[in-house]
Design a protein around this ligand. Structure first.
Ligand SMILES: Cc1cc2nc3c(=O)[nH]c(=O)nc-3n(C[C@H](O)[C@H](O)[C@H](O)COP(=O)(O)OP(=O)(O)OC[C@H]3O[C@@H](n4cnc5c(N)ncnc54)[C@H](O)[C@@H]3O)c2cc1C
Ligand code: SF4
Length: 463
């Protein structure tokens, strides 16, 4: 297949299930590309001189090369290139906000619509799984040193993969009953089905990585114990302190943190019988506009909520999450009240309504984001029997949690690291993922973890 076909071939994604069908189940919403379509779509790449897609991919994936190989039908080589820079290409292919990263910076985007990079990355890797080309770590030599990793989210798993390939003994400790972090207990199946994560965990297990699930470091085992067990320790614990709303009535029953709600839903999806909030039959209001809020509104629809409304204090253009996710939520029947924020919650014991007011965007703050300001006299009410608070997350007090007095943190509570190495102020301790970067994206967690793993390797293998 020749390249540069974008002039004649329009952008096409795999079949997206109809909203009326997907409202009733948690399956992923896109089918796989059929091979001919993947080849044709890859051939749309213009092989431009300066690949902005690669520059805007946090992993600097060599996108033009794998697209060119896919267009030629050379999928095994395409996979070799895709997996050289990305530990979990099939996961990023599904859940990266492509519209803000690689695809949003494709030069043919202007006028012709971008190459469907994420979907092709997923396609190549699924074909690699089908054909047995995906291999877990098979170290060429075994080293005597060991590395302990706290947290089995994408950062912990990506670091484990890389360190095990270098030949280290690797042990991961995680407080949950299964590995995956937010990939399993945050992100719902309609974005990322759980078997996609568990087959990666299986490869790590086969490759010799030891998992200690259900082990809370700081409670079941001290951090000091961990340091005596291992030559290096990587902190990959994510950020879990949910930001709260300051408004009268916020303590009423039926107002719950978003992650409690999503964890309960994900556990039920895994067949675990749990009590916990469920949206069936409720009028649901979700407060927030990021990935977590979008996952809540779309989960509530699937659980059979009577109505789902999202209150977001900025406008649609200024939402932090993927615009594509917002449009899927709208297709699925979610009502968006942009430029709106809750001022109070009313009800007897349980919440019955949210009193909100309209907002306008004022001047930009030091982050460059325009600040939302309430508009006087614009109060309105929304009926609500379940309110989900999705305002973002901050780090738990990590130095305190692990009794690590020398661990330096930034003003926002994230762990301070030396440049790209992930090295912390405590000798022998590294950090990667959300705990070092702040609440972010899976692709950044993978990037940081790979770099921290290389820095650990450099240290342990040095003279
Ligand atoms: C609802 C939701 C939806 C999201 N959607 C997307 C998306 O679509 N695309 C995207 O790119 N990103 C998304 N993100 C962000 C993404 O999930 C995170 O950036 C990413 O998971 C961070 O990886 P991590 O490994 O640093 O942390 P986590 O995934 O949070 O993993 C940390 C692990 O550490 C464990 N842990 C913590 N403390 C301890 C302790 N003391 N002892 C033992 N174990 C411990 C936790 O149990 C957890 O398993 C979403 C986040 C949320 C909350
Ligand atoms: S990792 Fe994410 S940003 Fe990079 S090419 Fe894949 S989908 Fe795009």
């Amino acid at each position: 297949m020749t390249l540069l076909s974008f002039v004649d071939v329009p952008q096409q994604r795999p079949y997206r299930r109809l909203a009326r069908e997907r409202r009733h189940d948690f399956r992923e919403i896109y089918d796989e590309f059929i091979p001919d379509s993947a080849v044709t779509q890859a051939s749309r790449c213009s092989q431009c001189g300066v690949p902005f897609c690669q520059i805007h991919c946090p992993l600097s994936n060599n996108i033009p090369d794998w697209l060119s190989l896919t267009a030629e039908g050379r999928l095994e080589e395409a996979y070799a290139i895709a997996s050289a820079t990305n530990t979990f290409p099939e996961i990023c292919g599904r859940i990266c906000p492509h519209d803000r990263l690689c695809e949003g910076n494709c030069v043919i985007e202007k006028g012709f619509e971008s190459v469907t990079i994420g979907t092709i990355e997923r396609f190549i890797t699924e074909k690699a799984f089908d054909n047995g080309w995906v291999r877990g770590p098979e170290p060429a030599c075994e080293r005597s040193q060991s590395v302990g990793i706290v947290g089995a989210g994408p950062a912990g798993l990506a670091a484990a993969d890389r360190l095990r390939r270098h030949g280290y003994r690797v042990e991961i400790y995680d407080r949950h009953d299964r590995a995956g972090g937010l990939l399993v207990y945050g992100i719902p199946d309609f974005k990322l089905e759980k078997h996609v994560v568990s087959r990666r965990v299986d490869l790590l297990l086969e490759g010799g990585v030891v998992f200690h699930q259900g082990t809370d470091i700081g409670r079941d085992l001290t951090f000091a114990d961990l340091r005596t067990r291992h030559d290096a320790v990587l902190l990959a614990t994510g950020v879990y302190k949910a930001r709260d709303i300051q408004a009268p009535g916020v303590g009423l029953d039926g107002i719950v943190p978003a992650l409690d709600y999503l964890i309960a839903s994900n556990r039920r999806g895994l067949g675990i019988d749990v009590a916990g909030p469920d949206a069936a039959g409720h009028r649901v209001v979700v407060v927030g506009g990021g990935d977590t809020a979008m996952d809540c509104v779309r989960t509530a629809v699937r659980q059979g909520a009577r109505a789902v409304t999202c209150l977001y204090r900025r406008d649609r253009d200024n939402m932090p999450g993927s615009q594509r996710e917002v449009s899927y939520a709208i297709e699925e029947g979610v009502i968006f009240e942009f430029l709106s924020a809750p001022q109070a919650f009313a009800g007897d014991d349980r919440v019955a309504s949210v009193k909100a007011s309209r907002m306008r965007l004022g001047n930009a703050d030091s982050d460059g984001r325009r600040q939302p300001l309430p508009v006087e006299g614009t109060g309105f009410g929304v009926e609500a029997t379940l309110v989900l608070k999705a305002l973002g997350f901050d780090p738990e007090p990590v130095a305190e949690m692990f009794a690590l007095d020398d661990l330096e943190t930034e003003a926002d509570g994230t762990v301070k690291t030396a440049g790209l190495t992930g090295r912390t102020s405590v000798p022998g301790v590294w950090a990667a993922g959300d705990i070092a970067r702040g609440a972010s994206l899976v692709v950044w967690a993978i990037r940081d973890a790979r770099q921290a793993a290389d820095s650990i390797h450099q240290d342990l293998s040095g003279p």
